[in-house]
Design a protein around this ligand. Sequence first.
Ligand SMILES: Cc1ncc(COP(=O)(O)O)c(C=O)c1O
Length: 357
Amino acid sequence: MSKSIKKTICFDSFKKLYAFGENLAIDLSLSENPLGCSPRIRQKLSVLNTNINDYPDPNLTKLKKAISRKFRVGVNAVFISNGSESIIKLLPIILLGKKDDEAIIPEITFPMFEIVSRFGGNGIVFSKMISFDIDLENIKKLITGKTKLIFLCNPNNPTGRTLAKKRILEFVASVKPVVVVDEANIEFGGRSVIKEVDELENLVVLRTFSKGFGLAGLRVGFAVANPRIIQMLEKANQPFPISVVSEKAAMIALSDNSFIKKSKQFMNNERRFLTRELRKRGMKVIDSNANNILVDMSMLNKNNDLISRLNDLEVSVVKGSSFRRLDDSFIRISPRLRKTNNEFLSKIDEIINDIKT
Ligand SMILES: Cc1ncc(COP(=O)(O)O)c(C=O)c1O
């Protein structure tokens, strides 16, 4: 029996443990507390008008329909789970079935792509960047019969660099492996390819409610892809991936276009502000189009102590060595409110002054 068939049986039987969505009048199938939950919790959550005593709808039909309407994609092209990271984790499970199947990942990108692709012992091929940009031509050259999965991140984390929509679509159309485009940060920059899933069988778009929609604590992410891939994801997923509260909040978030617009404008302003201020101080800031900014701070890291100095000053950043090819002369920062951004800059000034004296 092949590895992938064994997996399917396992996941099917897992789902059979539950009586899904029967919704009949006398329902003794699920084991919630018949008394509900503490009234204190009910009171706090009453504004969301959700029944947190019941298990969520395992098919998440309402949220799927809301996503389908909002992004004009088929309902059966939508898969929802607890954060897009949980979907990233499932992708190698369903797509790298054989031991020698491989994934291609750009050298400098979201580290989780590499971590999850290693779980099954599969090989990874890293594609070179052109300076800090993902090089689609290089990826194309690296594709072999073993390549089953390609990860792209747009806008890319940690660089905030974007790939043009047209180039992504031409690339996906010209290659055989499944191409995952992680658009976790797309509300802040770049153009989505979500609608094109309809025409491209090998395109998987990942989105999240954690960033632009501001609901990171509720853990809701979704994938839009060909229904064949969506079915594979559904089989591999846990039965109740998100809570009723998360589903409700995500639906409300989808309806508020003005918040997304305002967030993008805010982020653009603060990104420009930080970029300008850091450059004034002599730092090399990689031009970003989104909410992550990669900064080359070599100037302040001569003794390889920049990260510990920042920590001592209560400044938290993502250190460069979290990413392949980068060391701790680089930091990734994400703009916050202006007050915090100014506090960060004043700490940088402290380090600059220390070095001078
Ligand atoms: C590119 C990218 N993908 C996925 C994620 C994970 O998002 P989620 O909160 O939906 O799991 C992040 C979070 O930082 C990210 O930057």
